[in-house]
Design a protein around this ligand. Structure first.
Ligand code: ATP
Ligand code: MG
Ligand code: MG
Ligand code: MG
Length: 478
């Protein structure tokens, strides 16, 4: 079952049950407390907190999301993307725990022929909040789940609040069992490779008067109007419905992964490191594409910096796969083609997106070749002198003058069996930050990214090409 088909079924299922279908908001959220839309609920927060009266008693949506805090997991776990799509259903003072559990169970287990997802009941497990006897009893009654497949979890995992006084409540999460090939029977099912969390149901039932930490708060009393907020990971469900190993192998992501393999001449499945790199490329290219579709441009701060990091990490991963030249033209076109059915806008905005991606790639490839040349010499010198650590000032020079990311210096050093004098590097960075602060006070605007110039310096001759090249670059650096 294609990804787009799963979301169509979900929205149809909830629309048939009185939910208004609300279009996805932008990845650039209106909420000043989050940089990106990180969950389906973000656009609904004003209704859930009672700040704004909800226009409908029930709603459903497919929301595009970005989670940068999952960036280190990408390609390593089967289930974390920096971009992913969350399906959700909401009740604003309408149905509550019983309704939410009934709908979720019904949709997951209803046969495909009747519009459901047709998952086998025996593969479904759930967690409930430790005190939530009501939810545990409902899972037994509604779904017929035996007690051992209903696991209780504490506040850290299964209690939701915004971090502010306001609504809060227990959660119940639904997991799919991938079978004995992935680990031992029975769990605990959280953070185990064998079990994949697919859907989170939040029961907003009480008012919190004081919230000190995630797990330390005071409950003032029950909410007069209780709400339901749910989030189901579309790619995670797609991975099961398509019988593939991980979310990067699903239909909207896989074409980019395959292309990264073809371009590098390496076979997916042959080496763990290379597989992770191909998955990182597939994920990051897609996330970048979607961010640019929503109007983000690469830059040195805020959202633009996150985008720049995603783009540079993709380039770095391609390089580690042995592709030193440009690859974005083909990778982005493949991602566009894979996403077009769900997001037609990506096709119409594409020339602008492509221009941004290719500009960033050109700049960064120049940076990389200049930095790598210097780094190679430094590595040889360090080894020749018998030292175990690459000097911190070399790492700093690479970063500061050539825009060569410290992560790349660390990785390259590690590959050569060396450490980096991190203490010295951090000290130099600290000194530079103080200088920059003092500088910023005296100047109105600082044009930061010096990596643009790296290509000129490395050549050892100065040909002024500012009119032709910097023009294009400065638009990107903005
Ligand atoms: P996990 O514990 O696996 O990191 P989570 O508890 O952080 O997931 P929620 O915040 O509950 O996830 O989000 C709701 C649903 O969105 C999850 O059940 C999952 O299906 C999906 N989801 C969350 N993070 C990601 C991600 N990085 N990539 C793909 N899907 C995700
Ligand atoms: Mg998570
Ligand atoms: Mg979780
Ligand atoms: Mg969760």
């Amino acid at each position: 079952m294609q990804t787009a088909e799963i979301s169509r079924r979900y929205l149809d299922f909830f629309a048939e049950r009185g939910h208004s279908v609300v279009p996805s908001a932008s990845l650039v959220s209106d909420d000043p407390t989050v940089m990106f839309t990180i969950a389906g609920m973000v656009p609904f927060v004003p209704y859930l907190t009672g700040l704004v009266p909800p226009p409908w008693p029930r709603a459903t949506s497919l929301q595009r999301c970005i989670r940068t805090n999952d960036i280190e997991e990408v390609g390593k776990t089967a289930r974390h993307g920096t971009f992913f799509q969350m399906l959700g259903n909401w009740s604003f003072g309408d149905y509550f725990k019983e309704g939410a559990i009934e709908y979720a169970w019904d949709f997951l287990t209803k046969p495909e022929a009747d519009g459901g997802l047709g998952f086998a009941e025996r593969d479904l497990w759930v967690t409930v909040y430790e005190d939530d006897d009501e939810a545990a009893a409902l899972w037994q009654r509604v779904a017929g789940l035996p007690a051992e497949r209903i696991q209780r979890m504490g506040k850290a995992d299964n209690y939701w609040h915004t971090g502010q006084p306001g609504p809060g409540g227990p959660c119940s999460e639904i997991y799919l069992d991938r079978g004995p090939a992935y680990g031992k029977d029975g769990g605990p099912i959280v953070d185990d490779d064998r079990f994949t969390e697919i859907w989170n149901l939040v029961f907003m039932q009480e008012l919190l008067s004081d919230v000190r930490t995630k797990t330390d708060f005071d409950v003032a009393g029950p909410l007069p109007k209780k709400n339901i907020d749910t989030g189901m990971g579309l790619e995670r469900v797609a991975m099961f419905k398509q019988g593939v190993e991980n979310m990067y192998e699903t239909d909207e992501v896989r074409p980019v992964l395959d292309l990264a393999g073809t371009m590098s001449g390496r076979r997916y499945g042959a080496s763990h490191e290379d597989d992770v790199r191909m998955r990182v490329v597939a994920d990051h290219v897609r996330s970048s594409l979607m961010l640019m579709m929503d109007g983000v441009s690469p830059s040195n701060e805020g959202r633009g910096y996150i985008l720049r990091r995603l783009l540079r990490r993709s380039i770095r991963a391609m390089r580690l796969l042995g592709v030193e030249g440009p690859s974005f033209e083909h990778l982005f076109a493949a991602s566009r083609d894979a996403m077009k059915a769900s997001y037609p806008e990506v096709g119409s905005d594409y020339s602008h997106i492509e221009q941004l991606a290719l500009g960033e790639e050109e700049t960064f490839l120049r940076t990389l070749s200049a930095g790598t040349a210097i780094l190679d010499v430094a590595v040889e010198q360090t080894k020749g002198s018998g030292a175990a650590k690459l000097p911190g000032d070399t790492a700093f020079l690479l970063h500061d003058t050539y825009g060569f990311p410290i992560e790349l210096t660390l990785e390259t050093a590690e590959e050569a069996g060396l450490d980096v004098d991190r203490e010295a590097f951090d000290r130099l960075m600290g000194e530079q930050r103080s200088r920059a602060k003092a500088d910023a006070k005296s100047k109105k605007r600082v044009l930061a990214d010096r990596s643009v110039y790296a290509g000129f310096r490395a050549k050892g001759e100065t040909v002024f090409r500012g009119y032709t090249e910097l023009q294009a670059d400065s638009e990107i650096i903005g």
